[in-house]
Write a protein that binds this ligand. Structure first.
Ligand code: ZN
Length: 877
């Protein structure tokens, strides 16, 4: 049964009408195309003789056929998977020698003795790449750009370092040459570790996107059984000095590749120490004086981690795989890590090893076999389809980790699939909470793509990889409930290792599973079970249909991840790129009342953070020499060309404009973040020239400038709103208590309005004052119930803020995404503004109650507007 429109390619049909190659009841070969490339997404039903000998050479010879439209010289072999008579060769695409992000292509053979036959091929190969692979931006510059632009909160940048890691070609149209930059450190605001793979255009310097490498699991609430009282056999190693360590050399991989299972005790060291590949110096294998590893090793999680790693190895061995990398490579686990001495209740796979924390109400995260299986499956995925940890491919990655994690647990413990806890992930982690409360996710939650997909912006949970995973894994788990573990695990494993590719979306993932089912020769009835499971979870072509909204679209399809609107009167300004996100971003302006936006910026520079006073726009750009930032100004009516008003050696973060005055913030020649003001044709003056005074987020109105002022006092960092009277130069720093944080002081004309966090809990109150800083008043009180904003703006009438709703811990719905609220400056409770169900991101406050914002509800990001708050939203929206 075909579930997807099939495009038959004429050449292929001709090539395949060779008499006698197909039995009478074989369906004809089918080809599925992929938009934007001439190489087929999938070809199946082939039956063509292939070269004997080296499978890589045989696969390349097959792909040399013109119907594939690809040059085998551009294919670098990754690995060959053998599954009984099936042999699959996986390649990664190169463009002029540079790796192409996420482009894998596979060839499927069937072997019968020495005879080898091609039965199919497919994946992702980009035939239209023409981009030059000579970088004009240096790796060092790219690293600096990634560091400043990819980390949204400047307080988080302090503890993060950036390192360039080589060139890649990013897919789309002609392709885009990019520097891969690795950002490592600690996010001081989110208070969690950070390990990002960022990509910066190597020709324009424009930041493209970032992928979170840490497979952090979502917060798991609750706790379960005793830890867990089960006596297990540990494969340990007796050292020459008579001590025993957790070193397992009994696995088949030890004979082949010297692969071992090693378990280390971090002895409470902080998790940051374990980010670099491998095991840091000074970390010891778990050791005991006797072969009985005592209660102290139960407490740290060492016993569980070591035993469970062995179970995971044995499970994948049963599927024909030798270790996580499939090559018998050593499997590393580290237990007993903390968050700077505090309990670190999480676990992660960093690409080379497992790291487990625990404490408080939680056992070690190694104490749940499904969690161990989940994390280690990320290792298997890395070494097979390598699904990109972002959006739908990221959700499939998470979903497969959950599927196999749970499969390993139920098989190892003999739990029947009908057990209500079988579908729960991490349900045994808790010391006291019951399983259903302790579990992080439930593969039986019955979520359906169209109804339940969460419209995350990519800045949060990589576009919802943990929150959307059960839509896909739920379908697989349904199949397992019907067809059983033996058949289904093999099916899913085959799909992962022989059909999926890094950028697969849900529909691609379904196709991979159905292709694997066909390759396994599953019965029509079983294939129907698979199809129905995906249907039930809404995974069908075209499921991302438009959803209802209560806003008016100003620009359909914002593809610039740095886009942020500004508004004055009826005019808005925003940056955007082309629909394929390949062109340098341009500055657009339009009227909130309607009409087509027009372009303000010129040339091929990357343009960003536009602002307007209703008459002119100001914005920043990266100059043609790739080493300088610039500030430009242009009238909104385009009566004169853009005027260059400042040329800076380093990044300009934000700009504000009012009449003939322009202010901006960025990093100066001294390496410190400051605020500059330029009045008319005079040279710019740094407002924050005083040593060790930093400034951020300037605002400008009525002859005054306001900014976030940071300075050190008595060894502690302080912040407060500062107002400068531009006529006299007098500066007023509004007194704020030590330990409180100030964000985005905004001059509205009649008021100065800002957010403050007095107790450093990420919740913010709102204050206002007269523009000269006098007559201070609280609009919304800070405290444990205060709002958790993701953005903020104000006018003379209202403060507008994007709020993370306070939800119950495990609730998964669009209701947990940030929504715009408004509160009158006279005080009150912030009220919901639009009932759109998805992510309501950056916004600007216009006249009266008008707001212009970026909205993720209807399947992509649009610039939208309303002119008044929504009367009442249905629950769940
Ligand atoms: Zn995961």
């Amino acid at each position: 049964m075909s579930w997807r429109p099939i495009t038959l390619v004429a050449v292929l049909c001709l090539a395949l009408t060779v008499p006698g190659t197909a039995a009478a009841d074989d369906p004809p070969p089918e080809v599925e195309q992929r938009a934007g490339t001439r190489a087929p997404a999938e070809v199946h039903g082939l039956s063509e003789p292939a070269q004997a000998g080296d499978p890589v050479a045989a696969a390349k010879a097959h792909l040399a056929d013109p119907r594939y439209h690809l040059d085998p010289a551009d294919l670098a072999p990754l690995r060959t998977v053998v599954d009984g008579a099936d042999e699959t060769v996986r390649f990664a695409q190169r463009h002029r020698g540079v790796p192409v992000f996420g482009a894998h292509y596979l060839v499927h053979f069937r072997k019968d003795g020495d005879r080898r036959e091609v039965v199919g091929a497919g994946g992702r190969f980009l035939t239209e790449l023409t981009v030059s692979t000579t970088a004009t931006v240096t790796g060092k510059t790219a690293a600096r750009i990634a560091h400043t632009t990819m980390i949204r909160d400047h307080r988080s940048r302090e503890g993060v370092t950036a390192q360039d890691a080589g060139l890649v070609v990013v897919p789309g149209g002609a392709g885009q040459l990019a520097w891969h930059v690795v950002l490592t450190g600690r996010d001081a605001v989110a208070k969690k570790p950070l390990l990002l793979d960022a990509y910066v255009d190597a020709h324009s310097g424009r930041p493209l996107f970032a992928v979170d490498r840490l497979r952090m699991e979502g917060p798991v609430t609750g706790s379960g059984q005793t830890a867990h009282g089960r006596t297990v056999e540990l494969n340990a190693y007796e050292r020459a000095d008579g001590a025993y360590e957790l070193r397992d050399r009994t696995r088949p991989m030890w004979d082949g590749t010297d692969g071992e299972i090693l378990t280390y005790d971090a002895a409470g060291r902080t998790f940051f120490d374990f980010f670099t590949p491998g095991i840091p110096e000074g970390t010891e294998l778990v050791r005991s004086a006797t072969p009985v590893f005592g209660p102290e090793h139960t407490e740290t999680g060492a016993v569980d981690a070591h035993w469970s790693a062995g179970q995971v190895y044995a499970y994948y061995r049963g599927l024909g795989r030798d270790g996580l990398d499939g090559q018998g490579g050593t499997m590393y686990s580290v237990v007993n890590v903390t968050a700077d001495g505090e309990p670190y209740t999480n676990a992660f796979w960093d690409g080379t090893k497992m790291v487990y924390g625990g404490g408080g109400d939680y056992h070690s995260f190694a104490a749940a076999l499904d969690v161990v299986g989940h994390e280690m499956t990320h290792g298997v995925i890395t070494h097979s389809a390598d699904l990109v940890y972002i959006g739908q491919s990221g959700a499939i990655n998470e979903g497969l980790a959950d599927y196999f994690g749970n499969a390993i647990q139920v098989d190892t413990y003999g739990i029947p699939m009908s057990d209500p806890n079988a579908s729960l992930l991490g349900e045994t982690l808790c010391k006291t909470a019951p399983p259903e409360e302790c579990a992080g996710r439930d593969l039986g939650d019955g979520r359906v793509a169209g109804e339940d997909y969460l419209g995350f912006a990519v800045g949060y949970d990589n576009g919802g990889v943990h929150y959307n995973s059960t839509i896909f894994s739920g379908a697989l788990w349904d199949v397992r409930e019907t067809l059983g573990g033996a058949v289904t695990d093999r099916l899913v494993y085959k799909a992962l290792t022989e059909y999926m590719t890094p950028l697969d979306d849900f529909v691609d993932g379904r196709r991979a599973v159905e292709s694997a089912a066909r390759a396994l020769g599953m019965s029509a009835r079983d294939k129907l079970t698979v199809a129905r499971a995906f249907d039930r979870h809404g995974i069908r072509p075209g499921w991302e249909r438009a959803l209802r909204t209560d806003s008016r679209v100003l620009i359909d399809g914002i593809t610039d991840r740095l886009a942020r609107p500004d508004v004055a009167g009826d005019r808005y300004v925003i940056s955007n790129t082309s629909p394929d996100a390949l062109s340098p971003s341009v500055i657009l302006t339009g009227r909130i009342g309607g009409g087509k936006p027009v372009r303000l910026s010129e040339g091929e520079r990357w343009n960003s953070v536009p602002v307007t006073d209703g008459r002119r726009a100001a914005w920043t750009s990266f100059d043609a020499a790739q080493e300088h930032y610039q500030v430009h100004v242009r009238p909104l009516d385009r009566s004169s060309p853009p005027e260059l008003v400042f040329d800076a050696p380093s990044l300009v973060d934000s700009v504000a404009i009012d009449g003939d005055t322009i202010v901006w913030d960025g990093v100066g020649a001294d390496g410190e973040h400051g605020v500059w003001v330029k009045r008319g044709s005079a040279a710019p003056v740094e407002v924050t020239a005083e040593a060790a005074v930093h400034g951020f987020s300037p605002s400008l109105k009525g002859g005054r400038l306001a900014y976030e002022r940071y300075w050190t006092e008595d060894g502690a960092l302080r912040s407060a709103p500062a107002v400068v009277d531009l006529r006299t130069g007098a500066e007023t720093v509004i007194p704020m208590p030590a330990g409180s944080w100030t964000v985005k002081p905004t001059l509205t004309g009649r008021h100065l309005v800002w957010m403050y966090d007095a107790d450093d809990d990420g919740r913010y109150g709102i204050m206002r004052a007269a523009p000269d800083g006098t007559r201070r008043a609280v609009v919304v009180q800070d405290g444990p119930q205060a709002p958790r904003p993701n953005w903020f703006d104000a006018n003379d009438e209202v403060a507008t803020l994007g709020l993370w709703p306070d939800g119950s811990g495990n609730e998964v719905s669009n209701a947990i995404l940030p929504k715009i609220h408004q509160v009158p400056l006279g005080g009150g409770t912030p009220q919901r503004y639009s009932c759109n169900r998805g992510y309501q991101d950056y916004f600007a406050s216009g006249e009266g109650r008008t707001v212009v914002w970026l909205d993720g509800t209807d399947g992509n990001t649009d610039l939208v507007t309303r002119d008044r708050p929504a009367p009442r939203c249905r629950t769940g929206s």
